[in-house]
Write a protein that binds this ligand. Structure first.
Ligand code: WTA
Length: 637
């Protein structure tokens, strides 16, 4: 579609060559970064643990800021920031360097050392990337927790890292409201006793609680900071960060990324996928609190010396033209967002786009969930003006960077709406059956990666066994992604969503087990089962089935209470759409809840094989509860 395309065949031959000798291929990419010390070995692979560029020394903060001081980049804008009220900030690379150094000095003064974990619970303000780069500068390991998570979710993550220092702000801002982050932190610390010091960035004059000896004001501490802190030379496998993500159990997984491999991987793939350059104004609409924000707002664009745009706001506030206005205002060249956001803006209509000049755009991106072909076409036509390739990028928190995607920075192959196209060079992706054997074209199977890659997670923080178990035990010698996929006749990949107990709500990754344990924490709940239900805007929404304890009456009051519990335990992103009360849940004879059956009922699909079902009456009850629900919904329309 549009642009200049090349034959797929030549490109596929190139991909094959790249993944046949991954070591020399990745060594070539690694030599594009500046290392304090060259690596001794490209890869030490003891499945499932990879050490990329072992023995090499480098520093992420040096590469993202200092390096640009020795060229004309010094005085170019590194970061534009705007909030939903139209307040703006711009930092040149020199100013970013100054701020990162002073922040790093402040961390040192607070006693933070190499290897210490620093928890960042912050809104989308420039201080967040600054804090990440400052931690990296001194070899501390940052762990960003999305500021939409509740105090319980934050406490769980802090306790897993046993961090002693937390950085936050007094308030976040969202749709004209203030989000009391410091108040949430105060609640959190009752449950997370390892934190000794809290640094608060003041954005408002509103009153907040200050605990002497524990809470410090950033603007006061920074007065004593030095202008320069030597960037710590770090071994390639020194952890750059830990980022928690949801899995199949209630306990979030601390995905740990390396310094060398992660940076090399993001540097290389960003060039291929987004054709990023000096002239790029790059806008990724994700929150820095997710992996997309880590790689696509902070590390990849800054490594390349591009200009990053950071927007603290939502797609439709104060009106659904706000994103288009921002693109016009800053002359955005690369725009990277989620299918949920596009679906939402599509619903508001093209009228909102008409008043804005989007001709600066060169490449459009999509990430986080499958994009429906009609939404893809709308995006291509109305946002990209039929000029801009869409890069539908498949990746995960664990993969560190983009794995399967068109790569117009290298070669623009024909695009197919809804397909993530081909794996990037060096990535050996395959679709396999239950036994781990590749399936034929057109057959659905499990997506796996058969060779290590530099961006891969080093493991799960303090839990090597769980790492092996979750990712490397399902199929021998292969990394299991947890996704369903298919390859077509031309080798193009199509992703169909999760094959495990993970759901994607508006692109946010949530575990059903996490939500179930939040529901069960309500004192009147005996048991709960959570499933994802397809939704035309959000991709999936949360549906809860609940068994109440004896003596409690189902009804709107308890429904409201359950929703409140989930919001308090996880955060507003996990708010259930539907709560249904039942007397029994469909279970196997060994007592496992059969969520597959619940899903079949709400989607009006055949129930399929129920030979393992313990009690058939349970599924009959679910059916009748759901029929009644549908009836009520219809009568309300
Ligand atoms: C899903 C986000 C279809 C997938 C970077 C994966 C996608 C999960 C795509 C990881 C895509 C991501 N098309 N599905 N282009 N990109 N996914 O860890 O199910 O938040 O396993 O990382 O998102 O979500 P995570």
């Amino acid at each position: 579609m549009g642009g200049k395309f090349y034959p797929v065949k030549g490109y596929i031959d190139f991909l094959k060559a790249a993944s046949s000798d991954i070591e020399s291929f990745w060594a070539r990419e690694a030599s594009k970064l500046e290392w304090f010390k060259h690596w001794d070995r490209v890869l030490e692979w003891e499945e499932p643990f990879a050490k990329w560029f072992a023995g090499g020394m480098l520093n992420a903060s040096y590469l993202c800021v200092d390096k640009h001081l020795y060229s004309w980049h010094k005085n170019k804008v590194a970061l534009y920031w705007e909030d939903e009220e139209g307040h703006t900030k711009a930092l040149s690379y020199f100013q970013l360097y100054r701020e990162v150094n002073r922040f790093a000095s402040m961390l040192r003064n607070l006693g933070v050392n190499k290897g210490d974990r620093v928890v960042l619970y912050m809104p989308m303000i420039p201080e967040l990337p600054i804090a990440m780069l400052a931690s990296a500068r001194i070899g501390a390991i940052h762990t960003v927790v999305f500021s939409g998570f509740s105090s319980q979710a934050l406490a769980d993550r802090i306790n897993d890292t046993s961090a002693e220092i937390l950085i936050t702000a007094d308030f976040g801002k969202r749709r004209g409201r203030l989000i009391p982050l410091k108040e949430i932190v105060d609640e959190t610390l009752k449950l997370a006793p390892t934190i000794k010091k809290v640094v608060v960035i003041r954005r408002t004059k509103e009153a907040i609680n200050i605990e002497d000896g524990r809470d410090f004001m950033y603007h006061e501490l920074i007065k004593d900071a030095e202008n320069y802190v030597e960037p710590e030379p770090l071994e390639s496998c020194h952890p750059l960060y830990i980022l928690y993500t949801s899995g199949t159990t209630g306990k979030p997984k601390g995905v740990m990324h390396s310094t060398g491999g992660y940076l090399v991987y993001n540097y290389a793939t960003y060039k291929w996928v987004f054709d990023i350059s000096d002239e790029s104004i790059h806008w990724c609409t994700a929150d820095v609190g997710w992996v997309t924000g880590h790689s696509s707002i902070v590390y990849a664009p800054l490594l390349h010396g591009a200009t990053v745009l950071m927007f603290e706001g939502t797609p439709d506030y104060p009106d659904p033209g706000v994103w288009w206005r921002i693109i016009e205002k800053y002359g955005v060249t690369i725009f990277y967002t989620s299918p949920t956001a596009i679906r939402m803006l599509m619903r508001y209509g093209e009228e909102w786009l008409k008043n804005y000049d989007l001709s600066s755009l060169k490449i459009l991106g999509s990430v986080g969930e499958p994009i429906n072909p009609e939404v893809w076409r709308w995006y291509y036509k109305n946002v990209g003006g039929e000029r801009c390739p869409i890069v539908d990028t498949w990746w995960q928190t664990e993969t560190g960077g983009i794995m399967i995607s068109p790569a117009p920075g290298m070669e623009l192959i024909p695009l197919k709406p809804g397909s993530v196209t081909l794996p990037l060079p060096g990535i050996d992706a395959e679709v396999v059956d239950e036994e781990g054997k590749p399936v034929s074209a057109g057959i659905k199977g499990y997506l796996v990666i058969r060779k290590p890659w530099p961006g891969m997670l080093m493991g799960l923080y303090r839990d090597p066994e769980r790492y092996r178990e979750v990712y490397w035990s399902r199929f021998k010698g292969m990394y299991y992604t947890g996704d369903y996929a298919m390859k077509d006749e031309e080798g193009y990949f199509w992703i169909f969503g999760r094959a495990d107990e993970v759901i994607k709500v508006a692109g946010h990754r949530l575990g059903t087990a996490e939500i179930e344990s939040a529901v069960v924490s309500a004192p009147f709940v005996a048991e709960a089962a959570v499933i994802g239900k397809p939704d035309p805007i959000k991709g999936e929404v949360i549906v809860v089935f609940v068994i109440l304890k004896e003596g409690h009456k189902p009804g709107d009051e308890l429904r409201g209470e359950i929703i409140r519990h989930v919001r308090e335990h996880i955060g507003p992103i996990a708010t259930p759409d539907e709560v249904h009360f039942v007397a029994k849940l469909p279970k196997t004879r060994s007592g496992k809840i059969m969520r597959r059956l619940l899903k079949a009922v709400i989607m009006d699909k055949p129930i399929g094989d129920i030979t393992t079902l313990e009690d058939e009456a349970s599924i009959e009850e679910v059916k009748s509860v759901y029929e009644e629900f549908k009836h009520i919904m219809k009568s309300r329309l």
